[in-house]
Design a binder for this molecule. Sequence first.
Ligand SMILES: *Cc1c(COP(=O)(O)O)cnc(C)c1O
Length: 393
Amino acid sequence: MKYRNPDAHGYYGNFGGAFIPEMLYPNVKELQDHYLDIIESEDFKKEFKDLLKNYVGRATPLYFSKNLSDKYQAQIFLKREDLNHTGAHKINNAIGQVLLAKKLGKQRIIAETGAGQHGVATATACALMGLECVVYMGEVDIARQAPNVARMKMLGATVIPATSGSKTLKDAVNEALRDWINHPTTTHYIIGSAVGPHPYPDMVARFQSIISEEIQSQLKEKIGRDNPDYIVACVGGGSNAAGAFYHFVENESVKIIAAEAGGHGISSGLSAATTALGSLGVLHGSKSLVMQTTDGQVIEPHSISAGLDYPGIGPMHANLFSQHRAEFIAINDDEALEMAYELTRLDGIIPALESAHALAVLKKKTFQKEDIVVICLSGRGDKDMETYLKAMK
Ligand SMILES: *Cc1c(COP(=O)(O)O)cnc(C)c1O
């Protein structure tokens, strides 16, 4: 497999690996040594699939949008991850990792969260499976994401503010890592995207790969073949994209398109378009493309959507980009907003702002009328209503 899985050291081509402080080595090594045996075992798969079906509500529909298809002159299907319990694809990974933590004998889960979506998914899985849950969140994010903070608390999680630095996501990551170093035997750290030191990117991609597994069988049923001409997803760190691409990456007849957050425009200084602006660097434990100054300081990203407001991408995607296996298209804030309104008015589906970036690819590419285009609708827009209302003229 050229693109799908990393080598034994966690490398996808030139990207990946595990760049961690000495003190985290035992924790990460334990995961590296055991994750594959556990998650590929028949017992684990059975339990995981059962929860995805009966608790999360999978399989999510693969919805043929006649209205989008007419407008953009292609055969357009939406993979409805927005219909999952808790409203996005993140629950797939949270359930998988909490199950894994239980198999490893852990009693305590920690996570970091920016907008709170990953925190809510993790707190949900912990409530379900009876594990203690501690979520680190920047003080600034706690103030601006009050509804998700309330959800986490109601679910029984302890939310700890990160008060250093810019008091946002990267500071929460630092606090979570400090906690993990101090509780190596009892605690599992759940990373919410396809980023971090090996084995996280591969582990998260495997848990999310249910997305493309379902797309294959649903396409087969609907159109008699199991691969689309195009698969499209947005990339923050890259977990919904990794899941949507997973079963198609080795099939070069499937064109892969990743939407990244252009913010105010890639040359505006307010952007999160990592492939357009980034260079080789190490961020959060792996070597990948990173938005950084020439002396290696991480540049503060900007996107209207919290889930895409990240200065890096996972190593799998950095490799797909550098090998020209995937095309990356930057979608600006206003283009995503416009597309969110368009889908809402055309189909009665209010998408997450992140997902609206993937949908906006329809305005950037020209397709053939018979092309099968599958777009991953990663989440629902409830969390973005304030932004949507402000933008309404
Ligand atoms: C978090 C989030 C994303 C971005 O994360 P990835 O790991 O890149 O998938 C995209 N869409 C939604 C709805 C999210 O909540």
